[in-house]
Each structure stands twice: as C-alpha cells, then as structure tokens.
Design a protein around this ligand. Structure first.
Ligand code: NAD
Length: 284
C-alpha cells in the first residue's frame, strides 16, 4: 500500500461525537503490573477504557490491578508476555482481539535498566535493555498499527484510527553516564516514534512519547528512598518534588484522548523541569 495515500479521511472534532475521554476504547498497557504502567492502566480504566494488563512475571500484581479496575466497574484482562519476544507479542495481541474485538490505544511502557560502567558493560546487558526498551516497543507498535490500519476510524469512538504512546524518558535527550544502554534505547525510542508517526499519520494514527523525569517507582528506588538521595535528586528538579506515577497517568489519558487529536510525533516531557538545564539556574 502506498504510504502517502490517505485511506482514512480526516474526522475533525466537530464531526466526531466522542469527547468522552476514553469510553468505548480498548487499551493495552505493557508492564502494567508495577509503577508507571500500573498507574496508567488505572487512569485509562477510570476514563472508561477496557484495559489489557500486560506483565512478565508478577502475575499476582497484575491480577491486583485487574481486581482494582473491576471493583470500580471497569473491564480488564491480565496477559502475560515478554514484549521482546515476537511470538509472545503476537499472542498478546491475538488475546486482546479475541477478548475485546480490537485495540484503540497502545501504551508501550515496559522497560528496564541494567546499569554498568561502559567498559564493564557486557553484551548481554546491552542487548537485554535494547531488546526490551526498543525492540519491545517496535514489536508492539507494529502489531497495533496492523490492527489500526485494517480497522480504520470509528468516529463514534475516536477521531483517530489508533493511538500509540511510548513511555520514553528524559534520557532520550539527557546523556546518562553509567546507563549508556538505557539512554541509547530511549534515544532510539524518540526517533522510532517520530518516524512511525510520519509514516502512519495519513491513516489517522497518532504516535507520541511521554518522557518522564524522576518518578517514584521501583526502577529508581535508590534515587528517592533515603533523605540524602531525595535531597540530591531535588538539585536536578526545578519544581522541587519527585514525580508520582499518577502524574504520568493523567498525561497518558490526555495523550490518548481526542483532546490531543492534533498532536502527532511529539515527545511530551513530564519532568518537573528536569530538562531545563537546572545547573544554569544560577550563573552559567
Ligand atoms: P517498574 O520497574 O516499576 O516497571 C517496569 C515494568 O516493565 C514492570 O512491570 C516490568 O515487569 C515490565 N517489564 C520489564 N521487562 C519486560 C518485558 N520484557 N516484557 C513485559 N514487561 C516487562 O518501573 P517504571 O518506572 O514504572 O518504568 C516504566 C517505564 O517508565 C519504563 O519504560 C521506564 O524506562 C520508564 N521511565 C521511568 C522513569 C522513572 O523515574 N520511574 C523515568 C523515565 C522513564
């Protein structure tokens, strides 16, 4: 198919019935049994989306998220899959389609760190982080876009045929010594996101990233757990508080909803100003 053809004509806001934030929509959140993914899944469900709760290990935590959603009247399904494994990703999407009929929103959140000084970093550490953080986002985005393209826009549900939100990081632009594999993976996510967005925008598919700063989750416990670590962290954050997973949940709801319908291919920094070069606040 010609990538510049326009098989889905524009559906502009006034024609589009749904300004209900996410009701009737189907979302898949990867790595949704912990931290940011869990908060995003709960936030999407509170706005009316049915949510696939992907996990790798930690089934109990995934089931707890499902229970929380069903308790407030929402719909959710736990799906175990390693996002870096092509066959498992295909299986996860099949389960979503079988259960919910389609997917409207993909939150590419699963990610990890395996830190080492650069000259001590093993190929296995490099490869695992690239496989999960970058290839995982590729595999899930590809499966989602296949579904969005074949289904097209449902104007009663959303102005777009589908939305993909990659959870990137401030480290898509801030270099990070001792974490070269992680920073490289997130830099890759940035260009992958923008390039996919450019390619599929004519199909009315939106592809954006959210770039969290320091958020209070298990991945960066060492950075906030002690008072000394927290005080040190604050020197990097002009807004002088750590981010909470719900800060990302709220941004994701907005980014997935028609309220952001004209936004495509951007990196939205949710970081309390971490990318404002706080070292230059005085002098420089
Ligand atoms: P977390 O460790 O709580 O969550 C990571 C999730 O990813 C977990 O549920 C984990 O099981 C899952 N996961 C890891 N490998 C997986 C795989 N192969 N397949 C499926 N799931 C897998 O940490 P978090 O802070 O919630 O991280 C979520 C995302 O946010 C990551 O992409 C991370 O890079 C990004 N991020 C976090 C921060 C922060 O300060 N916490 C900042 C910037 C970006």
């Amino acid at each position: 198919m010609n990538s510049v053809s326009e098989p889905n004509p524009p559906v502009t806001m006034p024609q589009c019935k749904s300004l209900h934030r996410l009701s009737g929509q189907i979302a898949l959140v990867t790595g949704a049994n912990s931290g940011i993914g869990r908060a995003v899944a709960l936030s999407l469900a509170r706005e009316g989306a049915a949510v696939g709760i992907n996990y790798l290990g930690g089934r109990d935590a995934a089931m707890a998220v499902v229970d929380e959603i069903t308790q407030f009247g929402g719909q959710a399904l736990a799906i175990g899959a390693d996002v870096s494994d092509e066959r498992q990703v295909e299986g996860m999407f099949s389960q979503m389609l079988k259960t919910f009929g389609t997917v409207d929103i993909l939150i590419n959140n699963a990610g990890l760190q395996q830190d080492a000084a650069f000259d001590q970093m093993s190929l296995a550490q490099w490869q695992r982080v690239i496989d999960v953080n970058l290839t995982g986002q590729f595999l899930c985005a590809r499966a989602a876009i296949r579904e969005f393209k074949q289904r097209g826009v449902r104007p009663d549900i959303s102005c777009a045929a589908g939305k993909i939100i990659g959870i990137s990081s401030v480290h898509e632009v801030i270099p990070w010594a001792g974490h070269v594999n992680y920073a490289a993976s997130k830099g890759g996510v940035m260009m992958m996101t923008k390039s996919i967005a450019q390619e599929v925008a004519p199909y009315r598919i939106r592809v954006n990233s959210i770039c969290p700063g320091a958020i209070r989750t298990p991945i960066n416990r060492a950075a906030w757990e002690t008072e000394a670590a927290y005080d040190q962290l604050m020197t990097l954050i002009p807004y002088r508080r750590i981010g909470e997973p719900e800060d990302i949940g709220r941004a994701a709801v907005w980014m997935a909803s028609d309220e952001s319908d004209y936004i495509n291919g951007i990196s939205l920094f949710v970081d309390g100003g971490m990318t404002l070069y706080p070292g230059f606040a005085e002098g420089g």
